[in-house]
Design a protein around this ligand. Structure first.
Ligand SMILES: C[S@@+](CC[C@H](N)C(=O)[O-])C[C@H]1O[C@@H](n2cnc3c(N)ncnc32)[C@H](O)[C@@H]1O
Length: 472
């Protein structure tokens, strides 16, 4: 983030506006809407701005900007058409730690104004951090169409109940549930259609019911997909906004964690290979304990909870303890990585079946039945196979696949760090050793890997235009 988004209280506080023309007028109107007292300094003040100043509790001075004008103001706006003057205002304001905006001169600003959707007291502020004001305006149009005109009235109604709800529902989870019930129910539509008294009555009834109800906890076992946040399911996204506490794994990417409700508690129970942060039994117990406290607990796992995700064990424990739960599937690494690497897992001409396997084995007894794997027209996908890559490739050759049988290793598939190392069973381990590939990685073995030469489509952001990489 380039700027910290904040809402500043300027009611009855003095703001300096230097300039007397059209640009200054727009800023003056905005500041006045926010209740600021204006101090305008300009050599000439156009009539509309003069009228605004005459009708409010504002001041002005005709003349040139001087450093004295910055005394006691909470922010400064340079809105003259003289770049040197704007630069001087910016320099002096910043020296005094006063936030300053120079209209259309981002380099001179310590503060920028967002595009606004105003349904006061609800205000949506949109900014592209100065990179594209037109894009910000387009997004504003989008939000405008989504927010009913009476959104502000709804906020005022809810605000008028806030204290009373706090007194009657003393536990935070109970209050949260109550407000969600109100907003998911009929109250908003009643307000939007002007039936405020009926909405008030409905609110009262819901509050009586909420006081009598017992708050029950529940668990959501949610798949977070392979990394790209846009691959989250709609249901996962909705529950991430709903959960009171989120227990997440190491493989869950940062952009996905950013989708968690900001005030929800986050617990990292992640698993490093060979270094489990929290043992599985303890995770099972935590899910039960937190749900018994009346919390909505979200267990967030990389990929899909039921594919090498131990979701079944957690579910069995919840059933045993009588905790209500639901499971939300996610896109598993095999689907995500294969799609983003341009490798279809099945194909009418090249693969009629696909097997998902773990490549994590320590002894020969734990190894898969290699004979069964080495059959025609079958794709093999190995999860957790990086450590045993050389062994896997060698075993497949020993059991019948050719040296030049196609294989690819995909690092951090679907993310900006995706790297695909493609080769053959014979040369892949060497290619991988020579590159700086890091876990998590997925190994795909099959004729379908060759199709990548034609179907490769995904260019990770940041790697676009990097030219042909030998590893691609
Ligand atoms: C414990 S398994 C969890 C699998 C997960 N439940 C799923 O459905 O994808 C972890 C393994 O998944 C694979 N994996 C997960 N995300 C990946 C990604 N973005 N790119 C490559 N491999 C990934 C790696 O093989 C990693 O070692």
């Amino acid at each position: 983030m380039d700027y910290l988004p904040v809402f500043l209280d300027v009611r009855n506080r003095e703001c300096l506006l230097v300039g007397g023309g059209e640009v200054a007028l727009r800023k003056a109107r905005l500041l006045e809407r926010a209740g600021a007292r204006l101090m305008v300094v300009a050599e000439n003040i156009d009539r509309p701005l003069q009228e605004l100043l005459d009708h409010g509790h504002h001041h002005y001075r005709l003349g040139q900007f001087s450093s004295q004008d910055l005394q006691g103001v909470v922010l400064a706006i340079a809105a003259t058409d003289d770049e040197a003057v704007n630069a001087a205002i910016s320099r002096q304001a910043q020296a005094l730690q006063i936030p300053v905006n120079a209209v259309d001169q981002p380099a001179l600003c310590s503060l920028i104004f967002p595009a606004l959707v105003d349904r006061s007291p609800v205000v949506v502020a949109i900014s592209s951090s100065g990179s594209s004001p037109v894009l910000a305006r387009k997004i504003k149009e989008l939000v405008e169409t989504q927010l009913p005109a009476a959104t502000g009235t709804l906020a005022e109604l809810l605000g008028s109940y806030r204290e009373r709800v706090k007194q009657r529902l003393t536990a935070f989870p109970a209050r949260l549930r109550f407000w969600e019930q109100v907003l998911d129910g009929t109250v908003p539509e009643l307000v939007y259609s002007g039936q405020i008294e009926t909405a008030r009555h409905k609110l009262e009834t819901l509050l009586d019911d909420a006081e009598a109800a017992k708050v029950e906890g529940e668990v959501y076992l949610v798949g977070a997909g392979p990394g790209d946040p846009d691959l989250l399911t709609i249901k996962a996204l909705r529950l991430l906004q709903k959960a009171d506490v989120v227990l997440y794994d190491r493989l869950v990417s940062t952009p996905i964690l950013e989708k968690i409700r900001p005030d929800a508690e986050r617990i990292h129970v992640g698993k490093e290979r060979a270094a489990h942060l929290v043992p599985q039994d303890r995770i099972n117990d935590m899910l039960v304990e937190l749900a018994r406290q009346g919390k909505r607990v979200l267990r967030l796992k990389g990929g899909d909870p039921f594919i090498f995700g131990r979701g079944g064990e957690e579910m069995a424990s919840l059933i045993g303890e009588g905790i209500p739960f639901q499971v939300v599937p996610g896109i598993t690494a095999a689907s995500g990585c294969a799609s983003y690497a341009g490798i279809p897992l099945t194909h009418r001409d090249h693969a009629h079946s696909v097997m998902f396997l773990t490549g994590h084995f320590k002894t020969e007894q734990e190894e898969p039945d290699w004979e069964r794997l080495c059959v025609a027209k079958q794709t093999l996908v190995f999860y957790m196979g990086l450590m045993n890559l050389a062994t896997i490739c060698q075993r497949l050759i020993t059991h019948g696949l050719s040296n030049d049988f196609p294989a690819a290793l995909i690092q951090k598939g679907t993310t900006a760090d995706q790297v695909v190392v493609a080769g053959s069973l014979k040369n892949l381990p060497g290619l991988v050793a020579a590159s700086e590939v890091r876990a998590p990685t997925l190994l795909i073995v099959g004729e379908v890997v060759r199709l990548r030469e034609q179907l490769n489509w995904y260019q990770p952001p940041g790697q676009v235009g990097a030219g042909d990489s030998p590893r691609q």
